[in-house]
Every structure is written in structure tokens, then in C-alpha cells.
Design a protein around this ligand. Structure first.
Ligand SMILES: Cc1ncc(COP(=O)(O)O)c(C=O)c1O
Length: 495
């Protein structure tokens, strides 16, 4: 008798809202909640489906469905011929775990030791908004052309590009063939499709390289200043990072050899030092390769924006000088779009299997539909036409930015560089690049400070100014805003 009105004794059933629909799901949720809260005890009988349906004015099928769901989850027991009961042992097992000796109950697990480190990386690598002077913003005139859209639709609709089973973690063969063909011609890279691993951009190429080439505790050389995404990767791998200063010829090899000759790998940006912009001179390239040969070391060549050269002939890739010890990294982020998340690693033959395995561990490979599109875009000649077109636009925009900076802000010292999508401007003494960067964010411009890219206590204070995605008018307006921010800081430091 005591449970005769069980159906109305379960407070959780009051949460059922007829206006919301999904009554079966709502009933199952309410009963589950009653069980976990202890409103219904282990072994307790539930009303028959007919009684509960009548009392809640639900169809009997709805109640039966909810019971079946909870039986399948193990919350209820139904024995043939008898009524449905709350499963025994549910709360007991939770209580037993809570009462484990020596483990006081804690409301939340404590944060893992890595949480603050990864949190800081999230801050460091979060992209800037698409306003001047953000770096890779392929919008408007420099966005992928009409061919890309049409070809994309055609290729994605074709059977070969339609979603299918797991693909080769090394990447789509047709794309690797197209990349190998392009790199042999455009960058003098020595490779075939078998040397290529498709990556989710150079960031992943750096990660794969550190995984395969380095063990925790190994020494790696990195330039000073350097791309922050590289330093985070090396630290994450547990490598001991030796920062090598750069001068007008790029990496100061002599200082690295004098201070720390036994590095397992050198991570370099030979065609366009990041962020300063100078190429690594030919004598230094040869010396770096000689060092690698003598010390049994690897070189990781990050060739991130080599396609965007505005004057003179580009240096061929270092990989072409010694394909047995250089891992070459390229990306579609700079010439197509960063959102594609596609790039490539060209890997010495001895390492291809290891890289393919490491790539398989990280998500089993890249989505194949977009790889088919890029392969067709390259094979049909559109890729190189696109590069030539955007190179012309970038060259004009770069000139506008340099001219405007020279006339409006002559106190900034511009670092000479003939390549890429950004300019480096050094600030006058006493101005702090980090403070200026955060003040500028409130005025609709996105700067990147250089001092955090340097190790130790950097003496230099400078800004990275991206120009690629912005019209002449936008760049001129942004320089005016920068001018106002700098004026304010100059007055503050004089006060
Ligand atoms: C020097 C350098 N390396 C690597 C990357 C990563 O590029 P991706 O988008 O290909 O991962 C960047 C991105 O800005 C970069 O500047």
C-alpha cells in the first residue's frame, strides 16, 4: 500500500514538461535522476507501465520505451513475469568507490601538471583577428580564385574524392605527386611522392619532426628569435633547446658550434628567417650541412613562405643540397589559406616510415576530400598561376606599407627583407613592444611583439606588421592608428 501511489511520490517526475516534446526521453531522464538521487532505492518496484501511463497521462508505449531504455542502461531490472525494479548495486558501487581507503572524496579532479603549460601555449598560438596587421589573411583580392571554387565542387562531387574508408596516413598519392613535381621545379627539392608526408600544416610538421628526430633530453638548436610554435613544440618534447642568435646572414653558426656543438637537430628558417626576414647565406648553409654531417645531426628546414619572394632569385631549398639529412617542411597556409590545415614534410628515405607512423598516431592522416582538390588545382596549373597573381598584389601592398611607414613613422627602423607577408619594424629605444601591442588591440589593429620571440632578456623591441590581406587604404589607415598609439607611449615615457 505504502507504494500504491509510487508514481506521484517521485519528485523528479515533476520535471516532465509536456510543452517540450520528447516525453519518453524526459521520463527516462526523470526516473534516472530519481535513482541517482536516492528517491528510488535499489530493489524498489516501479509501478506497472499501465499505472504510470495513466497517472502521468502518457501513452503506455512511451512508458514502456522509457523502461526499456533504463533496463538497457542497467538502471532497472526486469525479470520475466514479475514487475520492474530498480537495479541493485547501483548506488552501492558509487558509494564503495567514494569510500576507498586513503582517498578522501574530492568534488573535482585536480588539474594535471601540464594544464597551465598548455594553457599558455593556447594564448601564444591563438590567431589574431583579421584586422591589419594580422599576418596570413587570404581575403578579398588575395583569396583563392574562382577556379578553386569550381574545381572544388567538381572534384568533391566526383567518386574519387567522395568520402571513403581510412586513407593512407602518408597522404593522397595524387597530391604527393603534384607536390613533388612542384617542389622539384620551384624549390630544387630532391624528392618523389614516396618521400612526402601530408601534414596539417607546418605546425604539425614541426611536431612530427620533434617526435621522430628527438628523444626527451636531446639538444635541439632553434634560432633566436624564433617562431613561438616551434619553441613550444621542442619544450613539449622535453628537448633541451639551445637558442642560436641570428645576424645579417641568418643563423650564427660559429656561436652555436662554439657553445653547443652536439645538437641532435637544428630547426631553421633558411629562406626567410622568422621573424626577422633575412635569408641564410650560402656559406652558412654549406657550413650548417657540414656540421650536420660531422655530428650525425638532422636539419629541419621550415620553408614557410618561400613562394612569396619580391626581388631577386630565391635561394633553392637547403634540402636539395643534402636530401639525406634535411627534413623539409612546406605549407599551403601562406599561399592558399591557413584554414585548409594542409602542408607537407619531405623526409629522407630512411625516415619516411617513421614519419608515416607518427602521422598515423596523430589522427590517422588528413581528410582526403580537400587533398583531392589541391591535387587537381596543382595538376591543372592553377596553383602556380594563383601564386604569381597574389605575389603581384602582395608586392604592391608591401610597398604601400613601407612607403607609408617611412613617411608617417620615420622613427621606426624597418628591417630589410624581400619575402613573405610581414615587415619587421624596430621601435625607438624605451618603447615596449608588448605594451604597445596590447594597447593597439583596442584601436582595431593587430600587432605581434618581437621580444617574446627572443630568449632571455631581449634588448630589442619591435613589431611584426602583416600586410598581405589588406588594401592600400586599410594599411594607410592602420599606420595612422599605430602612429597615435606610439605617440601616446612616447609622451608617457617622456613624462
Ligand atoms: C615560421 C613558421 N613556421 C610554421 C608556421 C605554421 O604554419 P602552418 O599554418 O602551416 O601550420 C608558421 C605560421 O605562422 C610560421 O610562421
Amino acid at each position: 500500500m505504502a507504494r500504491r501511489h509510487l508514481e506521484i511520490d517521485i519528485p523528479a517526475l515533476g520535471a516532465i514538461d509536456r510543452g517540450q516534446g520528447g516525453l519518453g526521453r524526459q521520463l527516462a531522464d526523470a526516473l534516472r535522476s530519481a535513482i541517482t538521487k536516492g528517491e528510488l532505492k535499489a530493489g524498489e518496484r516501479l509501478p506497472s507501465t499501465r499505472v504510470l501511463a495513466d497517472s502521468l497521462s502518457l501513452s503506455r508505449g512511451t512508458v514502456t520505451g522509457a523502461y526499456e531504455q533504463l533496463i538497457a542502461e542497467g538502471c532497472l531490472d526486469a525479470k520475466a513475469g514479475s514487475s520492474t525494479c530498480v537495479a541493485s548495486g547501483l548506488r552501492e558501487s558509487a558509494i564503495a568507490v567514494r569510500g576507498l581507503p586513503g582517498k578522501p572524496a574530492s568534488p573535482m579532479p585536480s588539474l594535471p601538471a601540464s594544464a597551465s603549460r598548455y594553457g599558455a601555449i593556447a594564448d601564444r598560438l591563438t590567431q589574431l583577428p583579421s584586422v591589419p596587421f594580422s599576418v596570413a589573411v587570404p581575403e578579398g583580392e588575395v583569396a583563392m580564385d574562382e577556379h578553386w571554387r569550381r574545381l572544388g565542387n567538381r572534384v568533391r562531387a566526383s567518386q574519387a574524392a567522395a568520402p571513403s574508408g581510412y586513407a593512407d596516413p602518408q597522404g593522397l598519392l595524387a597530391l604527393r605527386e603534384a607536390i613533388a613535381d612542384y617542389l622539384r621545379r620551384a624549390r630544387a627539392v630532391r624528392c618523389g611522392p614516396e618521400n612526402i608526408i601530408i601534414t596539417e600544416g607546418t605546425q604539425q610538421g614541426l611536431y612530427l619532426s620533434s617526435k621522430v628526430l628527438l628523444a626527451p633530453g636531446d639538444v635541439a638548436w632553434a634560432e633566436d628569435p624564433a617562431y613561438p610554435g616551434l619553441i613550444s613544440v621542442l619544450e613539449d618534447r622535453g628537448a633541451r633547446v639551445h637558442r642560436v642568435p641570428v645576424d645579417t646572414q641568418g643563423l650564427d653558426l660559429a656561436s652555436a658550434i662554439a657553445a653547443c656543438p652536439d645538437a641532435k637537430a637544428a630547426f631553421v628558417t633558411p629562406s626567410h628567417q622568422y621573424p626577422m626576414g633575412m635569408p641564410l647565406s650560402m656559406p652558412r648553409r654549406l657550413a650548417l650541412l657540414e656540421w650536420a654531417r660531422r655530428h650525425g645531426s638532422w636539419i629541419v628546414e621550415d620553408d614557410y613562405d618561400s613562394e612569396l619572394r619580391y626581388a631577386g632569385q630565391p635561394f633553392p631549398a637547403m634540402q636539395g643540397l643534402d636530401s639525406d639529412r634535411v627534413v623539409y617542411l612546406g605549407t599551403f597556409s601562406k599561399v592558399l589559406a591557413p584554414s585548409l590545415r594542409l602542408g607537407y614534410a619531405v623526409v629522407p628515405e630512411r625516415l619516411t616510415k617513421a614519419f608515416a607512423g607518427a602521422r598515423a598516431l596523430m589522427g590517422r592522416g588528413s581528410p582526403s576530400a580537400e587533398q583531392h582538390v589541391i591535387a587537381a588545382y596543382m595538376k591543372e596549373g592553377y596553383f602556380e598561376t594563383h601564386i604569381r597573381r597574389i605575389r603581384g598584389i602582395y608586392a604592391e601592398r608591401r610597398q604601400v606599407l613601407m612607403d607609408t611607414l617611412r613617411s608617417e613613422l620615420p622613427e621606426l627602423r624597418i628591417q630589410p627583407a624581400d619575402q613573405g607577408m610581414h615587415i619587421v619594424a624596430w621601435l625607438p629605444e624605451g618603447l615596449n613592444d608588448v605594451a604597445i601591442t596590447s594597447a593597439a588591440a583596442n584601436t582595431g589593429i593587430a600587432l605581434r611583439a618581437l621580444s617574446p620571440m627572443c630568449s632571455g632578456n631581449p634588448q630589442l623591441s619591435g613589431l611584426m606588421l602583416g600586410f598581405g590581406g589588406f588594401s592600400a587604404g586599410q594599411l594607410q589607415d592602420a599606420v595612422k592608428r599605430l602612429h597615435r598609439v606610439l605617440n601616446e607611449f612616447t609622451h608617457r615615457t617622456r613624462r
